[in-house]
Design a protein around this ligand. Structure first.
Ligand SMILES: NC(=O)c1ccc[n+]([C@@H]2O[C@H](COP(=O)([O-])OP(=O)(O)OC[C@H]3O[C@@H](n4cnc5c(N)ncnc54)[C@H](O)[C@@H]3O)[C@@H](O)[C@H]2O)c1
Length: 261
């Protein structure tokens, strides 16, 4: 028996990284998953690998209301009622606040914050109609603590926690639990663009990254997207049945405090 038998879950940003691992794990645990992304070729390939009976891919730019409506229709056509959502899509831009162009700030807000809002607004009524379910939003450790040069990103990730709490309050009566993931550094193209072109990554570059994480992360390494997927599984499945409105940090201890080791 899988932990998500009979569940139907929409996962955004599922073409790679954490969203891809969430889709694979959820399907392995018995769910049927609708993968959304703007990387169509990659997303379709992941869905195909998982298998047509368990997974479908649709283009879902989370900033577009019409894409959300189409994704809901596609999920219902393929699998019947929807009872889960993972708002995972996100983008990161590095810049000093005083040098950040307005356009760049707005772009990050559009994807990370407006995208999560549209997901909740579009999919929650479907989950309610199915008799209840779960929403997992993807915040970040930067939603809870500061980090230099990611001002726009950190602002949106704090906003996602606000959305999570309010959604949990408003949707509890309709049988929907809403929680948030707050990952630290996770080895995906977002935190490690070298993954997109491993041939172009030098051994020195790889070792410098590893050394950085050994130094700043108490557990001594970067996180793996599969580890984040397991937390998303916990928050989507019945094991978290009495939990709603909460942020869950998964960061190898990075934000635990000052390490003197
Ligand atoms: N990797 C980390 O260190 C880290 C840390 C904390 C939080 N996060 C968050 O985890 C989530 C997943 O990121 P990841 O690490 O897997 O990075 P990633 O860049 O590998 O994956 C992000 C995915 O979102 C998709 N995406 C971007 N804009 C989109 C849009 N408008 N509509 C739909 N999809 C879109 C991308 O195409 C990509 O497939 C993000 O919300 C990110 O902010 C990542």
């Amino acid at each position: 028996m899988g932990k998500l038998d009979g569940r139907v879950v929409i996962i955004t940003g599922a073409a790679r990284g954490q969203g891809e691992q969430e889709a694979r794990l959820f399907a392995a645990e018995g769910a049927r998953v609708l993968l959304g992304d703007v990387l169509d070729e990659q997303g379709a390939a992941v869905a195909e690998e998982i298998g047509k009976d368990r997974a479908r891919y649709v283009r879902l730019d989370v900033t577009r209301e019409e894409d959300w409506s189409a994704a809901v229709e596609a999920a219902k056509d393929a699998f019947g009622a929807i009872d889960g959502l993972v708002n995972n899509a996100g983008i990161l831009r590095f810049n000093e606040l005083t040098a950040t162009p307005l356009e760049e700030f707005r772009q990050v807000v559009e994807v990370n914050q407006v995208g999560a809002f549209l997901g909740i607004r579009t999919v929650a009524p479907e989950i309610a109609a199915a008799g209840g379910g779960t929403i997992v939003n993807t915040s970040s450790y930067t939603g809870l603590t500061g980090m230099a040069y990611v001002g726009a990103y950190a602002a949106t990730k704090a906003a996602v926690l606000g959305l999570t709490r309010v959604a949990a309050l408003e949707l509890a009566g309709r049988g929907i639990r809403v929680n948030a993931l707050c990952p630290g550094a996770v080895d995906t193209p977002m935190a490690n663009p070298g993954l997109l072109d491993p041939a172009g990554q030098s051994d020195e570059g790889r070792e410098a990254m590893a050394a950085l994480y050994r130094r700043v992360v108490p557990l001594g390494r970067v996180g793996r997207p599969e580890e984040v997927a397991r937390l998303a599984l916990f928050l989507t499945g019945g094991d978290s049945s009495y939990i709603t409105g909460q942020p869950f940090v998964i960061d190898g201890g990075w934000t635990a405090g000052v390490s003197l080791g």
